[in-house]
Design a protein around this ligand. Structure first.
Ligand code: DC
Length: 238
């Protein structure tokens, strides 16, 4: 089973994807982590992040590995170093959308993402272009959204819990800017796949959103296979 989850920053994609994958015993991949890892490397090496070709080369010549941990989510290694924490820095946050515009870079990463999906045996993949490009034939497609204020609030709380002191207004502006860049770029911009089920997560708790996603999958399976089989499937997925 391949499940695509797309949406803007802070809509809850990572937490939902991780938990849906755990309950359905699938793998999970946060594709944003891959764009973040390349951003980290480009900034470290002082590469011009508007140079699309150089970013493509950087991705081609680095050793990027991802690992799935059903508690932590996607762990990412770059040239042998675990950079899972480092890719969440405010500096990477600020620059990643600009890096992700590069068509050459996107080609490299999409190739890797499709390869990972192929060998996964079943995956929940989340990002911006999963349902519209990476896994165009995904069995289920979801688009998670939430108001800008709610998304900024969630990110602010997340950062505060990590001990990071960030200004809510600055965070809101940064997310709005990232949204705009992600939606307006030429190469596979953030948009809703025609078949995607849209979930506005603004009024819901994380658990409620997870249940909505699982319900949509269960209901579809019931249509396909009948109630009895799905009860077993439901039980095992917990
Ligand atoms: O999900 P995130 O905030 O970690 O993603 C970081 C950036 O990476 C986001 O601003 C856009 C980009 N991205 C993308 O362009 N395509 C993806 N499939 C995933 C992320």
């Amino acid at each position: 089973m391949r499940i695509a989850i797309d949406g803007p920053a802070g809509a809850g994609k990572s937490s939902v994807a991780r938990e849906v994958a755990r309950r359905l015993e699938l793998k999970c991949l946060d594709t944003g982590a891959m764009y973040r890892a390349i951003t980290l490397k480009a900034l470290k090496e002082g590469i011009d992040i508007t140079n699309s070709k150089l970013l493509g080369e950087l991705a081609r010549n680095c050793d990027m590995e991802t690992e799935y941990d059903n508690k932590e989510g996607t762990l990412i290694y770059l040239d042998g170093e675990n950079v899972t924490e480092k890719i969440r820095s405010p500096r990477v946050n600020k620059n990643v959308s600009i890096v992700a515009k590069s068509p050459e870079l996107r080609r490299e990463l999409v190739f890797l993402q499709r390869k990972l999906a192929e060998k996964s045996g079943g995956i929940v993949m989340e990002g911006r272009d999963i349902g519209t490009n990476v896994l165009i034939n995904a069995d289920y497609k979801f688009f998670l959204s939430a108001s800008l204020e709610e998304r900024a609030k969630r990110r602010w709380l997340e950062m505060k819990a990590k001990g990071l002191d960030v200004n809510y207004e600055d965070l809101l502006k940064e997310i709005a800017m990232r949204d705009r860049i992600d939606q307006e770029r030429e190469e596979s911009p953030l948009k809703i796949a025609p078949e995607a089920q849209i979930i506005d997560t603004t009024p819901y708790t994380l658990e409620e959103v997870i249940e909505k996603v699982l319900d949509a999958i269960r209901n579809d399976k019931i249509k396909e296979h009948g109630e009895e089989k799905i009860k077993i499937y439901h039980k095992e997925s917990r």
